[in-house]
Design a protein around this ligand. Structure first.
Ligand SMILES: O=C(O)CCC(=O)C(=O)O
Ligand SMILES: [Fe+2]
Length: 297
C-alpha cells in the first residue's frame, strides 16, 4: 500500500468500508491496468447478497450456473430490456464503484475521474453472476466488444484464482477469433506464441495468477482487457501459489498469505465461489419501445 493519502485504510472489521484512491490497489506486477481491493464488502453485505442471489432463478450451463441481470445479452451483444439493475445489485456495490477515483491528491473534486467516467452510461448496467463449485472454472476468453472495456468482479463465499495470459493474436497474423457465447459474449483466440517474454524459459506460456479473496473486488481495464485472455482452471485445489507467482500478493490479507504458506502453495476450494461481474453494455434498447422507433442509448 502506498502512503499517498491519509485516512484511506480499508477495513470492515467494524462493518465499515472506506475506499482509498485506486492507485493504492493497483497490481503493479501486471500489465496496465488491474486493481485489487480486498474487503470491498462487509460480511453482512456479502450475506445479504448471497441470500438475494439464492432467491433468483439460475440458467444452467454444462458445468456451472449463471444469472444475467437485468437480462441476458442478445446473440449480437445488445441489452434488450426496459429494466435497470435491481436495487440489491445497485446498492452498495455500484455506489462504491462510482466512488473509486484515479485522483491521487483529492485536491480538486471537479477533476476526479472514475472508472466509468467515460463509459456510455457512466455506470455499469449489467451484472453476470457466475457460480463455481469446486472443480469448475471458465475457459480462457476475452470479454469482447459488447462492453465498455472495464470489468469489475466481486467475489463471494470462497476464493478463486484468475489466470491471465497475453493474447497471442496481437503479435501474430496467424490468429483466428470467433464470437460466442450465451453467457458472456466472449471471444476465443488461438495463435502462435509471441516473441519475447511470453515464455518462462521452460517453453511455457506466461500465466499471471490473481488470487481473489471472498468479498474482494477486482477491476481490469486497458491492456488487461484488450490484449489478454482470462480464465479459471477447473480444479479442486489451486496449486503453485506464492509471493512470486501471485500477482496481487502484497494486497492480500495476512491470514490469506498464512493459509497459502501453510499449505505450501496449495489451497483447496472447499465451497462454491460466486462472482458478480459488473460491466457497461454499450448497446441498450428499451424492449418496451422496440417498435416505437427509438434507437440505442
Ligand atoms: O467469475 C469470474 O471471475 C470471471 C467471469 C468471467 O470472466 C465472465 O463472466 O466473463
Ligand atoms: Fe470474462
Amino acid at each position: 500500500m502506498s502512503d499517498l493519502t491519509p485516512n484511506t485504510s480499508l477495513s470492515n472489521e467494524g462493518e465499515q468500508v472506506t475506499l482509498g484512491p485506486l492507485e493504492e490497489y493497483r497490481i503493479e506486477s501486471l500489465p496496465a491496468n488491474a486493481y485489487y481491493i480486498p474487503n470491498f464488502l462487509t460480511p453482512t453485505e456479502s450475506s445479504t447478497l448471497l441470500s438475494h442471489i439464492s432467491s433468483h432463478p439460475w440458467t444452467t450451463l454444462t458445468h456451472r450456473r449463471l444469472q444475467p441481470h437485468p437480462a441476458p445479452l442478445t446473440a449480437s451483444g445488445h441489452l434488450l430490456t426496459s429494466k435497470s439493475l435491481p436495487q440489491w445489485l445497485d446498492t452498495p456495490i455500484v455506489d462504491r464503484l462510482l466512488q473509486l477515483t484515479f485522483d491521487l491528491t483529492r485536491a480538486n473534486s471537479e477533476n476526479k475521474k472514475g472508472i466509468f467516467t467515460i463509459s456510455p452510461h457512466a455506470r455499469p448496467n449489467h451484472v453476470l453472476i457466475n457460480e463455481y463449485p469446486p472443480g469448475t472454472g471458465i475457459s480462457p476468453h476475452e470479454d469482447g466488444g459488447a462492453y465498455f472495456p472495464v470489468v469489475c468482479t466481486v467475489s463471494l463465499a470462497a476464493h478463486i484464482v484468475l489466470e491471465v495470459t497475453p493474447k497471442r493474436d496481437i503479435y501474430s497474423s496467424s490468429s483466428s477469433s470467433s464470437s460466442s457465447s450465451s453467457s458472456s459474449t466472449s471471444t476465443t483466440t488461438t495463435a502462435t506464441l509471441p516473441p519475447g517474454n511470453e515464455e518462462n524459459g521452460n517453453g511455457e506460456e506466461t500465466v499471471y495468477k490473481i488470487y481473489q479473496e471472498p468479498r474482494s473486488l477486482l477491476i481490469t481495464m486497458d491492456e488487461m482487457y484488450t490484449s489478454h485472455l482470462h480464465g479459471i482452471s477447473a480444479v479442486s485445489a489451486d496449486e503453485g501459489l506464492s509471493s512470486t507467482t501471485v500477482a496481487n500478493w502484497n494486497l492480500l490479507d495476512d491470514d490469506t498469505k498464512k493459509t497459502i504458506e501453510e499449505g505450501n502453495g496449495t489451497v483447496k476450494r472447499e465451497t462454491v465461489r460466486i462472482s458478480l461481474t459488473y460491466r457497461d453494455v454499450l448497446k441498450v434498447k428499451d424492449a418496451g419501445r422496440l417498435f416505437g422507433g427509438r434507437g440505442f442509448k
